[in-house]
Design a protein around this ligand. Structure first.
Ligand SMILES: NC(=O)c1ccc[n+]([C@@H]2O[C@H](COP(=O)([O-])OP(=O)(O)OC[C@H]3O[C@@H](n4cnc5c(N)ncnc54)[C@H](OP(=O)(O)O)[C@@H]3O)[C@@H](O)[C@H]2O)c1
Length: 246
């Protein structure tokens, strides 16, 4: 039995990386997947890949930094699917800098996506999740809990993710038992988030001496979104290769 048969699943940031891998597994498990992100070419290709493997998927453009864009996505899902059962919010960006390099514009840019974007998405879709007694998983980060000894420039990203974790806990408090809300905190995962960055200093930061693949994190996300995790609510789930005890 497929775990998501006939479920409608929205993956924000589903065109790439952890969100992309999660969208693929959700579709393999029977969900009708809506992929949302900004880049229409990349998102369209991901939807086509899923469809050509026998899954159900579509792409809808959405910028979580723009509330009108989020509302358009909500209207599309209401009109085309009538309901929403599963939401994975994996849209996120990484900008780093030393204190003297930080600008308010960059700070705002990170928060608009990683923190306020999460709020916009939650506001737009919580009523639909309440109607379906669905589930929401917010992709936060181990960096929202833990400060890498080797990564000293993560002021904006780390703090935006700490806020996202607390925001998620408050959603869980307010919407349980109807909606199960959780936070996922992956460790370093090889994705486009780090395009043009040197990964080598992260090779030995955890107990497994390697970084995660997007698929490894996606499997955890899919578990948390499934009924197999029916007693998991308001939790901050770490999948970091043992980095925080290493
Ligand atoms: N990779 C890691 O080591 C790691 C570790 C912990 C947590 N995370 C978190 O995991 C999430 C996914 O990141 P990833 O590593 O999979 O990186 P990724 O491959 O770059 O994926 C990011 C996704 O977010 C979308 N996105 C970015 N800005 C957006 C916006 N304003 N509106 C809508 N969609 C937007 C991107 O598509 P478009 O650019 O087309 O919009 C893309 O689909 C992020 O929240 C990240 O912080 C990653």
């Amino acid at each position: 039995m497929k775990r998501f048969n006939d479920k409608v699943a929205l993956v924000l940031g589903g065109s790439s990386g952890i969100g992309g891998a999660t969208a693929e597994i959700l579709a393999q498990e029977g969900a009708k997947v809506i992929i949302a992100a900004r880049n229409e070419i990349r998102g369209g290709e991901k939807a086509k890949e899923i469809i050509s493997s026998g899954g159900k998927a579509c792409f809808f453009p959405c910028d979580v930094a723009d509330s009108k864009s989020v509302i358009k996505l909500q209207t599309f899902i209401r009109e085309q699917y009538c309901c929403l059962d599963v939401l994975f919010n994996s849209a996120g960006i990484l900008l780093t800098g030393n204190l003297d390099e930080l600008t308010e514009d960059e700070w705002d840019k990170v928060y608009e996506v990683n923190t306020k974007g999460m709020m916009r998405v939650a506001k737009a879709f919580m009523p639909m999740l309440e109607e379906s007694c669905g589930t929401m998983l917010n992709n936060c980060s181990i960096n929202g809990i833990h400060s890498y000894i080797k990564g000293k420039r993560s002021y904006m990203y780390a703090t935006s993710k700490s806020a996202a974790i607390q925001f998620t806990r408050y959603l869980a408090k307010n919407y349980a038992p109807k909606v199960r809300v959780n936070a996922l905190c992956p460790g370093i995962t090889v994705t486009n988030l780090f395009t043009n960055r040197d990964f080598s200093r992260f090779q030995n930061v955890n107990l497994l001496n390697r970084m995660a693949t997007p698929e490894e994190i996606a499997k955890v996300a899919v578990f948390l979104l499934s009924d197999d995790a029916s007693f998991v609510v308001g939790s901050v789930i770490v999948a970091d290769g043992g980095e925080t005890i290493a």
